[in-house]
Ligand binder design. Structure first.
Ligand code: SF4
Length: 225
């Protein structure tokens, strides 16, 4: 029986070396060769290949070799711009959470300053009541009896699709809402801001603090479904 693939627990990480076949017994480089072959064949598509090539060049350009060592040099917002230019995109879409309207506005200004045509859509566009998807009065954030528009990432995707954007940028969509946006958007999507209401939209802080102030994140639970 093939063991479960668990790169995240790998003690060796030899896959970025010439010793790539010396990984653990469950190393996908060794035990998933057919799947890997099928995956790599997808790059035969010229469009996919070019997208991947430019993404790797973007990765390369993320560092500068200084006398004191290799140093990262671009904030993500700059990288999004650089990548969009590499791909020759002119029209960009922003799908943002209403709670990050200010950030979306600043991003729009930055992108417009850099020459892009920018279309942005708020998650509440359409103003469809939450009852439409079965949300109860008790499940409303502002409390029972209030009007709340549902977040509709599908609406955001369809509007941006209808505008013919070439590249989408997600700004703070909720967990799950972002998944639907990825599913329904036609143009490729990148994430500029991953919502984290506690850690200032830097979810990695939860991981960094899981051994100290947020140790509770490590508690053991059983799935009861
Ligand atoms: S691909 Fe193999 S060597 Fe690389 S992290 Fe996964 S298990 Fe480790």
């Amino acid at each position: 029986m093939i063991e479960k693939i668990e790169c995240a627990k790998c003690p060796k990480v030899v896959c970025d070396s010439e010793q790539s076949l010396k990984g653990p017994s469950n190393c996908p480089t060794k035990v998933k060769s057919e799947v890997i072959k099928r995956a790599i064949a997808k790059y035969d598509n010229a469009e996919v290949r070019e997208f991947a090539r430019q993404a790797s060049i973007q990765e390369f350009e993320g560092y500068i070799n200084l006398p004191e060592g290799r140093t990262p040099r671009n904030p993500r917002v700059e990288e999004v711009i650089q990548f969009a230019k590499k791909m020759g995109y002119k029209k960009l879409g922003i799908a943002f959470c209403s709670g990050l309207k200010d950030e979306a506005e600043i991003l729009t200004r930055i992108l417009e300053n850099r020459g892009f045509d920018v279309v942005s859509v708020c998650c509440k566009a359409g103003a469809i009541p939450k009852e439409t998807i079965g949300i109860t009065e008790e499940q409303k954030i502002r409390g029972p009896g209030s009007f709340e528009s549902m977040c509709s990432p599908i609406t955001q995707a369809e509007i941006l699709n209808s505008e013919g954007v070439e590249f989408n940028i997600v700004v703070g969509l909720c967990v799950g809402h972002d998944s639907l946006f990825f599913k329904y958007a036609h143009a490729p999507v990148t994430v500029l801001v991953a919502k984290d209401r506690v850690f200032g939209h830097n979810p990695a802080v939860g991981l960094y603090q899981s051994g100290s102030y947020y140790r509770k994140l490590m508690r053991k639970e059983l799935l009861d479904y």
